[in-house]
Ligand binder design. Sequence first.
Ligand code: HEC
Length: 134
Amino acid sequence: MSIMSIISFMKRPFIVVPFIFILPIVFMIVLAYFLDKKHNFEPGGETFYMNYCSGCHGKKGNGRGITARVKKLKATPNFTQPSYWQGKTDEYILSVIKNGRDKMPSFEKFIMEPDQLEVLAYIKKKFKPKSVED
Ligand code: HEC
């Protein structure tokens, strides 16, 4: 393919414009659709949980994260156990995220309020057993 033929191709905006502008947009919409199907919770909550919480609470929410094991933080709760959720209100859990509790540090300065809500939604959606009533 010679330079001239590339240039003459580029001079045909009806062909080039869709390639440059429309295809990436279509691609992103399709990608967003599939990502959204995989995660039907707010994706931000997962990112915050993985970055700030999973070290202690574990990727599976069972309280066996690497930091919890190394520091022997035995009190780290298991979110996947129905008994954990007895009498736990959203307000109470949010207050723990904000202020910390015993060996758990406060996250008020690291996670802003709207994101705290997303982390809470993530924990409930992902780890809270379906058998537990709200
Ligand atoms: C350094 C380890 C550590 C990190 C990081 C950590 N936690 Fe904790 N978390 C703990 C420990 C230990 C406890 C048990 C505290 C106690 O003694 O009651 C706990 C308790 C909790 C509880 C249960 C409180 C209760 O009484 O029911 C919730 C909910 C919680 N953490 C959420 C989070 C969230 C959300 C994050 C991330 C933003 C997080 N934790 C990060 C160590 C950690």
